[in-house]
Design a binder for this molecule. Structure first.
Ligand code: AMP
Ligand code: ZN
Ligand code: FE
Ligand code: FE
Length: 278
């Protein structure tokens, strides 16, 4: 019943341009099927989904705002941020996404070396060829580990080897949170702290929130209303905008359905002054 009452927009989802399983067109069709009015696609460190997604959104009558999820660090702690409503053709965004692809390439190489030392052989060429043109990361490596029979599930691959602090984990080059925020602002976008519920440590939370964020992702995935309450209060106190989304990845995270977390029309309009598709 709830899905009929509220107008919903999912502002956090991934396509197969990063580690989601659906193409941009399939994702827009899924949004239509799930009766969403709007979407922002937030692939990891890439905006490649947009040319195709814009056409599909126009055809399906789905409102679409620009989005991206950048993997940054604060004092070596991973922090994800969401950029919204930025200019898609901004050279600042182009430079940052290109730098991130190099970071990913080097980091993946280091992870493959660690796996090889444990007798799990994946050639870099195999990884690159299996996922040409994508923003490649740990889920793609996990998938190959499953296909080669080294582990039985992606979950197990993360649990045993690829998760933070596990034996084959590599952080990669540290990307400054402040610089990424500045880059999105230069591209005339807004910056949100992504899934603060998942920050590994609360030691730096205040310092992180003191950075020039425009908003906080208060509604996230399957987290309850109660867990959103804390972040909604912080957003209100700091006069920040509120975003929400599922972090849908398709088959890669089958328990998370598109639109299970969302914002309404009012919040969508506050975030997207220049939607790509209205
Ligand atoms: P990367 O971008 O290479 O650091 O990989 C991060 C992505 O891995 C996240 O966005 C999730 O999609 C996925 N991931 C992280 N932890 C797990 C896990 N325990 N099980 C499955 N997927 C995970
Ligand atoms: Zn992901
Ligand atoms: Fe994230
Ligand atoms: Fe995400």
């Amino acid at each position: 019943m709830w899905c009929r009452i509220f107008k919903r927009a999912d502002l956090h989802c991934h396509t197969n341009c990063s580690d989601g399983s659906l193409t941009p067109t399939e994702l827009i069709l899924k949004a239509k099927e799930r009766a969403l009015f709007g979407l922002s696609i937030t692939d990891h460190d890439t905006i490649k989904a947009y040319p195709e997604a814009i056409v599909a959104a126009q055809q399906q009558g789905i409102a679409l705002g620009s989005g991206v999820e950048f993997s940054c660090h604060y004092k070596k702690m991973p922090v994800h941020i969401l950029g919204y409503d930025f200019l898609l053709d901004s050279r600042h965004i182009d430079i940052l996404t290109t730098q991130h692809q190099t970071r990913r390439l080097l980091r993946n190489r280091a992870i493959l070396e660690k796996l090889a030392q444990k007798g799990m052989k994946i050639e870099e060429r195999e990884l690159v060829e299996a996922h040409k043109g994508k923003s490649v990361g740990r889920p793609h490596i996990a998938d190959l580990l499953v296909k080669k029979g080294y582990v039985s599930t992606i979950r197990e691959a993360f649990h045993l080897y690829l998760g933070e602090g596990k034996s084959c984990y590599e952080m990669g080059v540290e990307f400054s949170l402040s610089e990424a925020i500045e880059t999105i602002h230069r591209a005339e976008g807004k910056v949100f702290l992504a899934h603060p519920h998942l920050l590994a440590s609360t030691v730096h939370t205040k310092a992180i929130l003191d950075l020039p964020f425009d908003g906080i992702e208060c509604h996230y995935a399957l987290f309850s209303k109660e867990s959103a309450a804390k972040w909604l209060k912080i957003a209100e106190e700091r006069k920040l905008l509120i975003s929400g989304g599922s972090d849908f990845h398709g088959e890669a995270k089958p328990q998370i359905e598109l639109g299970c977390s969302f914002v309404g029309q009012e919040q969508f309009d506050l975030i997207f002054h220049e939607p790509l598709v209205k």
